[in-house]
Ligand binder design. Sequence first.
Ligand SMILES: Cc1cc2nc3c(=O)[nH]c(=O)nc-3n(C[C@H](O)[C@H](O)[C@H](O)COP(=O)(O)O)c2cc1C
Length: 194
Amino acid sequence: MLETLETPDQILADLWTRLEAGVRDNDHPFRLAVTGTIGSARGDSSPDLRIVVIRWTDIAQRRIRFFTDRRSAKFAQLTARPALMLHFYDREQTLQLRIGCDVTIHTADAIADAAWATTPESNRANYAGLHVPGTIIDHPEQGWPAPNADGRPNFAVIVCVATEIDWLHIGRRGHRRVRFTWSGDQWNGAWVAP
Ligand SMILES: Cc1cc2nc3c(=O)[nH]c(=O)nc-3n(C[C@H](O)[C@H](O)[C@H](O)COP(=O)(O)O)c2cc1C
């Protein structure tokens, strides 16, 4: 399928379609992304990585959203430096996407309220732990949601605004790679050596 895409424009349209499919389908490989930030749990400036669930995408606005706990290390890192890389990998298609983004953080505004309103109780519990993520505890159970605790104060929506996309397909007939950069009003795609 990816072999039939002939131009960077076709590839750009296809990759956003795949990102949208990831939001709809729990089993899609693009349901999850690895986020790369600067600033480790130790508080220095080394790289840090972790997986998140992609909750929403918008092609026209170049936006991708995930949710997190505002007490987490990643939240502090993004507050200090509001940019990240999203890494996606589709093993079956041997397709890698790296999306460089600027970030806006939403905790107590309409975007966060609307996201919380559509978040089921089972997921809300993820934000209802009494301990800050990463705190040393005596037993694993101490890190579980506290009964009746309100997770809303800890809930944050991270909106990633894509500014660059690196698309790489490891194909049987040859590897192909495109780098897309946002110019301010359009995407410019260029083939680059894989
Ligand atoms: C399958 C899976 C999905 C995850 N989804 C999220 C998520 O959507 N948001 C999130 O903040 N953490 C998510 N996590 C946990 C993070 O990867 C990370 O371990 C945690 O948020 C602590 O990160 P920190 O480094 O910011 O403290 C997920 C982990 C796994 C394994």
